[in-house]
Design a protein around this ligand. Structure first.
Ligand code: NAD
Ligand code: DAU
Length: 358
């Protein structure tokens, strides 16, 4: 039975990945989820798996080296899948330091503890051990020319404190691979959307506001472009890189689904109109009049677009969920999980929202 240590598994992508893996492999694998439960971590996301015998939750901070090395000492970990991070660009602009601590120092601690546990007396690493570092396309910066894409060879050019801290973490992983031949892969993925996404991010924020007839804040001219990928397609790609990826390689993961932000907002409104029944009082609220252009994000990257050619050619991965289908699945999930949304938007979220959008 292979043992996975998943960091940040109570967050958006981590919890979807855990669901994907437990569904696919059942009791062939064991998952230890290490998460400190920041505002973005939510054990509700894993309610349906929490009692499984092959799933364990450990509340710990990835910057706490004693706690992390204890987990390695007490368990024979085969794979690390490292999601834990501060992930929201707007928060990084307001409060960069915690991004450096979690994303850079936290990754250094994870690497060091894995290396200490896995390194053999001759300096080699036992076969089958692997560290997968989950990173972002934002490390490549912003594309200004149309029909240009991010490749694995594109030089790093991060602009926000978030992307700079993720770039720093990627560099640390690269340094471990180069210096120690540490068995790792890096994945750089585009924007994800889907169930369990915290409503500070564009898509769940727009769905939640629209259903309440609240303003839909669009930064700047609304023409910034992101490349959207349904989260389960990302989970599948991570599994394929674990299974078939060549050690020391980086793989870009993307949906080939570039859209301007304003178009995303319009599609959500159109889909809500289509999915809400005529009797539902919310149907009358969901109109384009809610769209409100607000002050632009500082240093707002204009366009991201991934070329997923390498992962397609080498591993046979490609996105399976078209945006029209993925957004319906996402909206349907939010319809069925109104309590989840109510819980995560009570308390601190209100304070964040007022400060951010007032
Ligand atoms: P998220 O903010 O939803 O979840 C992050 C999780 O990490 C939370 O559960 C949080 O409690 C945990 N965490 C934060 N600090 C921690 C610490 N010090 N110790 C232990 N746990 C800690 O993030 P997400 O959107 O699921 O992103 C997951 C990873 O994927 C991140 O590394 C992010 O950079 C990367 N990524 C995200 C996207 C996206 O579109 N969301 C795209 C590409 C890559
Ligand atoms: O590209 C991958 C990255 O995607 C991940 O690494 C990050 O963790 C993830 O948060 C995401 O970053 P973005 O900044 O692209 O995502 P966000 O949902 O915050 O914003 C998407 C776009 O929408 C961006 O151009 C800013 C804009 N936006 C966002 C919000 C929250 C708005 O116009 N209004 C808003 O209220």
């Amino acid at each position: 039975m292979r043992t996975y240590l998943v960091t940040g598994g109570a967050g958006f992508i981590g919890s979807n990945y855990i669901h994907y893996m437990l569904k696919k492999y059942g009791e062939e694998i064991r998952i230890i989820n290490v998460d400190v439960l920041t505002y973005a971590g939510n054990l509700e996301n894993l309610k349906d798996v929490e009692n499984l015998p092959n799933y364990t939750f450990v509340k710990a901070d990835i910057t706490d080296k004693d706690a992390i090395s204890r987990i390695f000492a007490e368990n024979d970990i085969d794979r690390v899948v490292h999601f834990a991070a501060e992930s929201h660009v707007d928060r990084s602009i307001r409060n960069p330091e915690v991004f450096v601590k979690t994303n850079v120092l936290g990754t250094a601690v994870m690497l060091n503890c894995a290396k200490a546990a896995w390194e053999q007396p001759d300096g080699s690493f036992a076969p089958g051990k692997k560290f997968l570092h989950v990173s972002t396309d934002e490390v490549y910066g912003s594309l200004s020319e149309p029909d240009t894409f991010f490749y694995e060879t594109t030089p790093y050019d991060p602009h926000s404190p978030y992307s700079a801290s993720k770039a720093g973490s990627d560099m640390l992983v690269k340094s471990y691979m180069d210096t120690y031949k540490f068995p790792a892969n890096i994945t750089n993925c585009s924007n994800n959307y889907g169930p369990y996404q915290f409503p500070e991010k564009l898509i769940p924020l727009i769905i939640n506001n629209a259903l309440q007839g609240k303003k839909l804040p669009v930064y700047g001219d609304g023409k910034n472009v992101r490349d959207w990928l349904y989260v389960m397609d990302h989970a599948k790609a991570i599994d394929m890189v674990q299974e078939k990826g060549k050690l020391f390689e980086t793989y870009n993961i993307g949906g080939h689904n570039e859209k301007e932000n304003i178009r995303i907002v319009e599609i959500i409104l159109e889909t809500l109109q289509d999915m809400l029944s005529d009797e539902d009082p919310r149907k009358a609220l969901v109109t384009k009049d809610l769209i409100t252009y607000v002050e632009d994000r500082k240093g707002h990257d204009r366009r991201y677009a991934i070329a997923p050619d390498k992962i397609k050619a080498d591993l046979g991965w490609e996105p399976e969920t078209m945006f029209e289908e993925g957004i319906r699945l996402t909206i349907q999930w939010f319809f069925e999980n109104e309590e989840w949304m109510k819980n995560v938007t009570s308390g601190d979220y209100q304070k964040y929202y007022e400060e951010m959008y007032q």
